[in-house]
Design a protein around this ligand. Structure first.
Ligand SMILES: [Zn+2]
Length: 466
């Protein structure tokens, strides 16, 4: 047995901030004791980590990543190996990625494919949601089996006709199944049928630059789809989790539903909090770096997102990490914005960007941990193994230096992508030491982890229902 003692830090969870020493045995947290107490002073350990002046926080839980995702004739540029290593550098110790059912294929075949991609390659722990592209009798039955084996959330798309798209009838059926088996439906809420009309019209009129990607994916079509998803979930008697919310009008739909007491939840992402259509409009095709769906919105939407995070109308910040290199990948869409692969890198930056939000006064320290660690773990059935620091929890712990200064750059990041969406941004705070199930994987500027340390995590059903 190995014992690690983290001494002298401020332990911050979603509920508490306490000066405590943390004792780890092998892969688990076994005890916390008041700093300086006779209990804490009496502890001995093989490794003592000095955390004086630092925060001791749970490892981040990023509930929305797409490593190696096939999209638009290419693949997301981070593999499970490079993406989870970058996650570790950024203080994230669990990812929940999306296995994909292709049309005409079973859920099982898609899930097996994703297990094969990830197994033996991850630096930190990982789990899967299942993307359901083909709702039929078989896939509905398979949903039950997947819930039983720990894949307890299913993503459907109101966007991308001909690829991932499900019509309202299929969505309703999947939600009814989720209501019965405990599976949580996650929704990409954009009216893809209407958007495709606007895309066609824009291209025909010669509006081909990246900024038109944002213009055709209208805010109203996000709000409309969000509203429809909420109503369908209500009819099915099912909870709902809306992914990557970006429009103020969509937040309003969520707030209304929650005021009515519904189990309706949602995430936003750092790109919607820190970037805007100004980035999409950058000249010389640079805007392509910021093409994702839902799209970036005008800056004035950001206030509604921050407010939603404060009032709990938005519960989670995930990255939707889905990187494509500018050279050779984003460039596929020169002259036609609809051919730009959709997605942004961010798995390494999320914890630090949200800490900057603490520094800037948008959220409290405890809320930072809640939206980045505790609630995503609860939402997707990983709590309290993940998302907190408590006796019995996995020892996924970050010693975080709140005073460190960093400048975000592709030159120094660890994601396998040739640009940073936050190039040149100054941030206060940085993970100093990152521990994954009791093993130090990052210490100061050294990577000590290895591919294959990360372990697949089965999940309970949603632990966040009211
Ligand atoms: Zn996504």
């Amino acid at each position: 047995m190995s014992r690690t003692l983290i001494r002298g830090g401020l332990v911050i969870t979603a509920v508490d901030e306490v000066h405590a020493d943390v004792l780890v045995e092998d892969e688990k947290v076994v005890a916390l004791a008041a700093a300086g107490s006779t209990v804490a002073e009496g502890w001995t350990a093989d490794t003592v980590i000095d955390a004086a002046g630092k925060y001791v926080i749970p490892g981040g839980v990023d509930a929305h990543t797409h490593m190696e995702l096939p999209f638009g004739g290419t693949f997301a540029s981070d593999t499970f190996e490079t993406g989870t290593r970058a996650a570790a550098w950024g203080g994230t110790t669990t990812i929940v990625d999306f296995a994909v059912q292709s049309v005409g294929e079973s859920l099982r075949a898609g899930l097996d494919t994703w297990h094969a991609k990830a197994e033996g390659n991850c630096a930190v722990d990982y789990a899967f949601h299942m993307i359901v592209s083909d709702v039929d009798e078989n896939s509905l039955k398979e949903m039950d089996l997947l819930v039983d084996e720990g894949v307890t959330s299913f993503k459907l798309f109101m966007a991308y006709p001909g690829v991932f798209y499900s019509d309202d009838g299929r969505i309703l059926r999947a939600m009814q199944r989720g209501a019965a088996n405990g599976g949580l439906v996650m929704m990409h809420a954009e009216n893809g049928i209407a958007i495709d009309v606007l895309v066609e019209q824009a291209l025909a009129a010669g509006r081909t630059d990246p900024r038109h990607h944002g213009e055709v994916r209208r805010e109203l079509l996000e709000a409309e789809a969000t509203h429809r998803a909420i109503r369908l979930a209500e009819v099915a008697g099912a909870p709902l989790y809306v992914v990557h919310v970006s429009a103020e009008q969509a937040v309003a739909e969520l707030a209304t539903a929650r005021d009515r007491g519904l189990n309706v939840f949602a995430e936003t992402c750092p790109q919607y909090l820190f970037l805007s259509t100004d980035n999409l409009a950058e000249p010389d095709f640079e805007g392509a770096k910021y093409v994702c769906s839902t799209p970036l919105r005008p800056k004035d939407h950001q206030a509604a997102l921050w407010k939603g995070l404060r009032t709990n109308d938005l519960q989670v910040v995930s990255t939707d990490h889905c990187p494509f290199c500018f050279v050779g990948q984003k460039e596929l869409g020169r002259g036609d914005f609809s051919k730009i692969p959709n997605g942004l890198p961010g798995v390494e930056n999320r914890m630090d960007l949200l800490h900057q939000a603490v520094v800037d006064g948008h959220i409290s320290r405890r809320r930072w941990i809640e939206i980045a660690c505790a609630t995503p773990a609860r939402m997707f059935g990983l709590y309290p193994r993940k998302g907190t620091i408590a006796p019995g929890a996995d020892a996924d712990i970050v010693i975080y230096d709140p005073g460190a200064e960093q400048v975000v750059s592709a030159a120094t990041h660890h994601m396998n992508v040739d640009y940073s969406a936050y190039e040149g941004k100054r941030l206060r705070g940085k993970a100093r030491t990152v521990i994954s199930r009791g093993t130090v994987v990052v210490d100061r500027d050294r990577y000590l982890g290895r591919a294959g340390h990360g372990r697949y995590q089965t999940r309970e059903t949603c632990q966040y229902l009211v």
